[in-house]
Design a protein around this ligand. Structure first.
Ligand code: HEM
Length: 130
């Protein structure tokens, strides 16, 4: 898996089609900028998953709620541990703790068992706008 990713990335150090300094394209006409951007996105997502700069999200419960059969009273503080969720084998598979950008080959939803498990930018109404 790693060597296939290396092959995909290592050719990203050639010349631009215009002959400019090395940036994203190796001159192989079979490889398009779109493919290069796709590869870069996968590496970026996997970096954010495994080394999320935001390691947790904190919330205060606004009113009494029940979540996953647990009663949580108003004003309880909740910690959503992003780093732990991102390394959970049950959600990401046996290789959860390995750096494998190819897991994102078909997008986030296909990489993970739960649609909201990728939390580097949070989710919901307070999702990152950046
Ligand atoms: C890798 C880069 C970034 C990461 C990992 C990141 C992550 C996050 C996370 C996890 C939250 C939710 C925090 C919470 O609710 O407690 C958040 C919120 C936010 N982010 Fe980012 N962020 C990034 C870049 C940016 C950039 C570049 C901007 C602005 C240009 C930005 C603007 C915001 C704002 C305004 C919120 C608050 C949204 C709200 O509460 O309604 N972020 N970000």
């Amino acid at each position: 898996m790693r060597s296939s990713m290396n092959a995909r990335c290592s050719s990203s150090q050639g010349q631009t089609p215009g002959g400019g300094a090395a940036r994203m394209w190796d001159g192989d006409p079979q490889r398009t900028y779109a493919e290069e951007i796709e590869t870069g996105s996968m590496v970026l997502l996997e970096t954010l998953r495994l080394y999320s700069p935001v390691v947790l999200i904190a919330r205060r419960v606004e009113r009494d709620i029940t979540m996953a059969n647990i009663n949580i009273p108003k004003d309880t503080g909740l910690i959503i541990p992003i780093t732990i969720i991102h390394g959970d084998n049950k959600i990401w598979g046996a290789d959860a703790n390995e750096f494998n950008p190819l897991r994102f080959e078909n997008g986030i939803s296909k990489a993970v068992a739960h649609p909201n498990a990728f939390l580097s930018f949070s989710i919901g109404p307070r999702v990152c706008i950046g």
